[in-house]
Ligand binder design. Sequence first.
Ligand code: GAR
Length: 196
Amino acid sequence: MNVNVKEKRIAIFVSGEGTNMLNIIKYFEDRTGISIPLVFCSNANAKALDHVREYNIDAYILNKEDLYNSDKIINELQDKDIDLIILAGFMWMIPDNLITAFPDQMINIHPALLPQYGGKGMYGKKVHEAVIENKESETGMTIHYVNENYDEGKIIFQAKLPILDSDTPESIAAKVKELEFEHYPKVIEDLLLNLN
Ligand code: GAR
């Protein structure tokens, strides 16, 4: 075994509750060779930040000037030698300069089977309401690369679940979250193991 294999480093971008972020942090807590040195958060009051503090991970509170009109975030990510950027419920658009600086190194999770039920304004409960309204027989979650269009990058992984007559937006949200928790960390791990 090559003992000089470089540690893989993840940065997570988050906006709200951060339950996926916490699940990812816990998954990698005991794994050697993979670390999470940095979380970017678009909301100074986000619940996610409580978890970040608990795990002693550096938190960077984003502002739009830094993200959209400077290279500060790119520099921060490069200084910390980040290999993979994980969006986990991040609600701001990612600027082109960041996508260009990290080609095929930024992924997102979406609570539906893209390309359906994605795009601007499609998040949280709205997605599940639309799925029920359209009498879909199944829904699920999608993990995909991030490109310059909302929810349109190349799909990496999807998991499905059937919609029952008894389902509500809330029950679907809970089941989709379970799928997200089960699969997002594993997909991240696979991608990291395949990076040079
Ligand atoms: C997740 O369900 C994720 O799929 C969704 O936001 C939620 C974040 O929850 N993302 C999107 O809708 C992206 N378009 P969390 O903050 O508890 O992880």
